[in-house]
Design a protein around this ligand. Structure first.
Ligand code: NAP
Ligand code: ZN
Ligand code: ZN
Length: 346
């Protein structure tokens, strides 16, 4: 085992604070990674504050990890010391169930092992990326292509794959009208990715404050949802809507924006339940769906797609001492568009 500096939440209400954690000894198939950058996902905040149910404390959150391989186990074949790598929301799964065999490890029937808040193969609670280093089995480590800087790559490991996967699944591409609700970490990546896939992209944001950015990142249209006219002007006009909002919103209003056979896919994971009226779906054969991150092979595909299209996240790099301040800014929708922690400051 080795000891690394980290930042942990110790209760739902205390600020995150510096600590140290142990990482397991390298098994034959393990890769030890020196973390260089760690993104701040809204899921980290939901978890640190026990918004999805009781969290076991202390917990080190963070599942947007970019770094460099420090050491490899004796049987590792895919990675070598010095490689640029990433780790996302999962560090293992059963590898045997139908879903794992299909490359859908995120939907493992026995439950994937979360990068934090799960139970690792050493029987200890898994601790995430707000730390100097991590040890992960090579099958759950991703290769970061040379074309993407490590700081801009980190958020791709969650925000990137969580939006790439549903955009691909529901065929975002030429001739398809895609709307993105919320211009935060996930939302801004959805805009970039849907645009790169060739779709016509519309942002539905609470205000027009981030309009210029949205258009620069690839949106064709930008509307404020605080303006009632948005819901009448755009009625029935989208094939796919990706909802990235971290709070419960009036889904019925947004479902009215879908064309016949359109789908609203929810990736936002609010604390409070969402409700849908049957008559928001029935009259236009609409679907309401959910989607969770993406499989390992698909995550690599997304990273390669981003390198090919010159995409990375729009980031603000901060020192670890600014994590609590950054959380408040995320909660105030004042993030442009992902905070990334410089791991040398842990
Ligand atoms: P984020 O950076 O905070 O972005 C959320 C955006 O939603 C905000 O920037 C804001 O955009 C909008 N918003 C916030 N509160 C709102 C409200 N009350 N009403 C309407 N719009 C509101 O968060 P994120 O990191 O992108 O994560 C978004 C959600 O996805 C979180 O719930 C997170 O847990 C979840 N998530 C799910 C998965 C998955 O696998 N399904 C993976 C990662 C994250 P505007 O200012 O443009 O309105
Ligand atoms: Zn996340
Ligand atoms: Zn499985």
């Amino acid at each position: 085992m080795f000891t690394v500096n980290a930042y942990a939440a110790t209760s739902a209400t205390e600020p995150l604070a510096p600590t140290t954690i142990e990482r397991r000894d390298l098994g034959p198939d393990d890769v030890a990674i020196d973390i260089k950058f760690s993104g701040i996902c809204h899921s980290d905040i939901h978890t640190a504050r026990s918004e999805w149910g009781p969290t076991t404390y202390p917990i080190v959150v963070g599942h947007e990890i970019a770094g460099v391989v420090r050491e490899v186990g004796s049987a590792v074949t895919k990675f070598a010391v010095g490689d640029r790598v990433g780790v996302g929301c999962m560090v293992d799964s059963c590898r045997e169930c139908d879903n794992c065999r299909k490359g859908l490890e995120q939907y493992c029937l026995k439950g994937n092992i979360g990068t934090y808040g799960g139970v690792g193969r050493d029987g200890e609670p898994t601790q995430g990326g707000y730390a100097q280093a991590i040890v992960v089995t090579e099958d759950f480590v991703l290769r970061i292509p040379d074309g993407i800087e490590l700081d801009a790559a980190a958020p791709l490991l969650c925000a990137g794959i969580t939006t790439y996967s549903p955009l691909r699944h529901w065929n975002a591409g030429p001739g398809r009208r895609v709307a993105v609700i919320g211009m935060g970490g996930l939302g801004h990546m959805a805009v970039k990715l849907a645009h790169a896939m060739g779709a016509e992209v519309t942002v539905l944001s609470q205000s027009l404050k981030k309009r210029e950015d949205g258009l620069r990142l690839g949106a064709d249209h930008y509307h404020a949802t605080s303006d009632e006219a948005t819901f009448t002007d755009l009625a029935g006009s989208f094939d796919l809507i990706v909802n990235t909002v971290s709070a419960a919103i009036d889904l019925d209003a947004y479902l009215g924006l879908l064309a016949v056979d359109g789908t609203l896919v929810n990736v936002g994971a609010p604390e409070d339940p969402l409700s849908v009226r049957a008559f928001s779906l029935i009259p236009a054969r609409r679907s309401f769906a959910g989607s969770m991150i993406g499989g390992i092979a698909e995550t690599q595909e997304m990273l390669d797609f981003c390198a090919e299209h010159g995409l990375g996240a729009e980031i603000e790099v901060i020192g670890a001492e600014k994590i609590n301040e950054a959380y408040e800014r995320v909660l105030a929708s004042d993030v442009r568009y992902r905070f990334v922690i410089d791991a040398s400051t842990f």
